[in-house]
Design a protein around this ligand. Structure first.
Ligand code: GLV
Ligand code: MG
Length: 366
C-alpha cells in the first residue's frame, strides 16, 4: 500500500537553533511603561546567595543583621517550604523586605515552579509590594527558554502596573535534564537573565542519578589505578560528578555575559567537602554558591574572594604590562596579553571584595 505520510515527520528532525529576536527588538521593554531592559549586568559582589525560610519569624528577625554579613539575601518560597506554609512564607518575605535596609546587599527571592499553584501569587504579590526593592527572581526547574520568555513578559506587565523603576532580573536553576540540554538558549533568553545556578538535587533526580546527596562528590564515582604485577590493592581516585554540567553551564553563561553559580551543598557538618566543591566551582568560573547554613557563609567568603597571593601576583602582571600587550617574564613565568586578561579577572574581583570588606582591602593592599 502507498504510504500517505513519510515515516519520519518533522518531529524527527534535529532541533534547529531557536529563532532569536533581532538585536534592536531584544532591548525593547515588553510592556508599555515597563523600565528599559539593562544592556550590562550591574557590577555586584555575589559570593554567596544566602537562603532564608521566610515563614519562620525567628529567622526573619535575623535578616537585618544577616544583610550586613552576606552578599545576597534570598527569601525561599519553593522546595523546603511546606505546602501549608507557602502563603505565610510569601507574606513573611514581603514583610522582611519592607522592614530591612539591604544597602548594597542583594535582595532575591526563589519563587515556586511555573506549574505550581503558588507561582502566580508569588510573582504578582511580590512585585506589587516590593517591586522597587527586589533585585532578582530565582526560577526553579527551568526546562527551556520558553520558561524565561513567560516570566519576562509577566514581569514587564507587572513592572508597568506598579511603576517599577529598574528591571527585575531573572536567575534560572539548572536542575532538569532538559534544562541542561537547553542551557545555552536559557542563558541568552532575555536581557533580564542575571545568572544560572546548578541545582544538583533536582538534577540528580531528573537524570535518575543514583545518589541521595545534595551536591558534592560520591565515593563510588571513581576510577581505579591499573593493576600491578604484585596484585596489591589498587588506588581509587574519586571524580567530580558535576564537572560536565558545571563546565557546560559556565560556558553558556560566559557566552551570554551572565554569571554562573554552584547551588546547594547539603551536608552542613562536612565543611571540608563543601569547601572543595565550592573551590572547584570558583576555579572553573563561578561567581558564588548558595549558603543554606551560617557556616557555609564563612566558607563561601573564603573561597570566592581571590587568594591574596594570587592577587599580588596578578597585580605584578598588570603593572609589568601597562597597556596589556607584549610579553614579559615574572618569576620565570611567561606573561602576555592572555595572562594579562587572566590577571585582570582576579584583580577586578579583589577590588569588588575590597570595596565591601575593609579587612580584605587591607590584606590585598588596596
Ligand atoms: C536545588 O534546588 C537543587 O535541587 O539542588
Ligand atoms: Mg531544586
Amino acid at each position: 500500500m502507498l504510504a500517505l505520510h513519510a515515516p519520519h515527520g518533522p518531529s524527527h528532525l534535529p532541533r534547529k537553533d531557536p529563532p532569536m529576536k533581532l538585536p534592536r527588538q531584544f532591548y525593547k521593554p515588553l510592556a508599555v511603561g515597563a523600565p528599559e531592559p539593562l544592556r550590562e549586568l550591574p557590577v555586584r559582589l555575589e559570593r554567596m546567595i544566602h537562603f532564608v525560610p521566610p515563614h519562620l519569624e525567628k529567622l526573619r528577625a535575623k535578616v537585618p543583621q544577616l544583610a550586613r554579613e552576606v552578599d545576597v539575601v534570598l527569601g525561599n518560597l519553593e522546595d523546603a517550604i511546606p505546602a501549608d506554609a507557602k502563603d505565610t512564607a510569601r507574606k513573611g518575605f514581603i514583610e522582611m523586605a519592607q522592614a530591612t535596609d539591604f544597602g548594597a546587599t542583594g535582595l532575591w527571592t526563589r519563587i515556586n515552579a511555573l506549574n505550581s499553584p503558588w507561582m502566580l501569587d508569588d510573582v504578582t504579590e511580590i512585585v506589587a509590594a516590593i517591586g522597587n526593592k527586589l533585585d532578582v527572581v530565582m526560577v526553579p526547574k527551568v526546562d527551556g527558554e520558553w520558561d524565561i520568555h513567560y516570566l519576562d513578559q509577566l514581569l514587564a506587565q507587572l513592572e508597568a502596573r506598579h511603576a517599577v523603576k529598574k528591571p527585575i532580573l531573572l536567575h534560572a536553576i539548572l536542575e532538569t535534564a532538559e534544562g541542561v540540554k537547553n542551557v545555552e538558549a536559557i542563558a541568552a533568553a532575555s536581557p533580564r537573565m542575571q545568572g544560572i545556578s546548578l541545582g544538583p538535587a533536582d538534577l540528580a533526580a531528573s537524570r535518575a542519578m543514583k545518589t541521595t546527596r545534595v551536591g558534592g562528590g560520591h565515593p563510588d564515582y571513581k576510577v581505579l589505578a591499573d593493576p600491578d604485577a604484585s596484585g596489591g590493592s589498587r588506588a581509587a581516585y574519586q571524580q567530580d560528578l558535576w564537572h560536565y554540567t558545571l563546565g557546560k553551564m559556565v560556558d553558556a553563561c560566559a557566552t551570554a555575559g551572565i554569571k554562573p553559580f554552584y547551588g546547594p551543598f547539603g551536608d552542613f557538618a562536612d565543611g571540608d567537602a563543601c569547601e572543595a566543591q565550592f573551590r572547584n566551582a570558583f576555579l572553573m568560573g563561578c561567581a558564588g554558591a548558595w549558603s543554606l547554613h551560617p557556616s557555609q557563609v564563612t566558607i563561601a567568603k573564603r573561597v570566592f574572594s581571590p587568594d591574596p597571593g594570587e592577587v599580588a601576583f596578578a597585580r605584578r602582571i598588570l603593572d609589568a604590562m601597562p597597556d596589556g600587550t607584549g610579553a614579559v617574564m615574572i618569576d620565570g613565568k611567561m606573561q602576555d596579553d592572555a595572562t594579562w586578561k587572566q590577571a585582570k579577572v582576579v584583580v577586578d574581583l579583589a577590588q569588588l571584595v575590597a570595596a565591601k570588606d575593609p579587612a580584605m582591602a587591607a590584606i590585598y593592599g588596596f
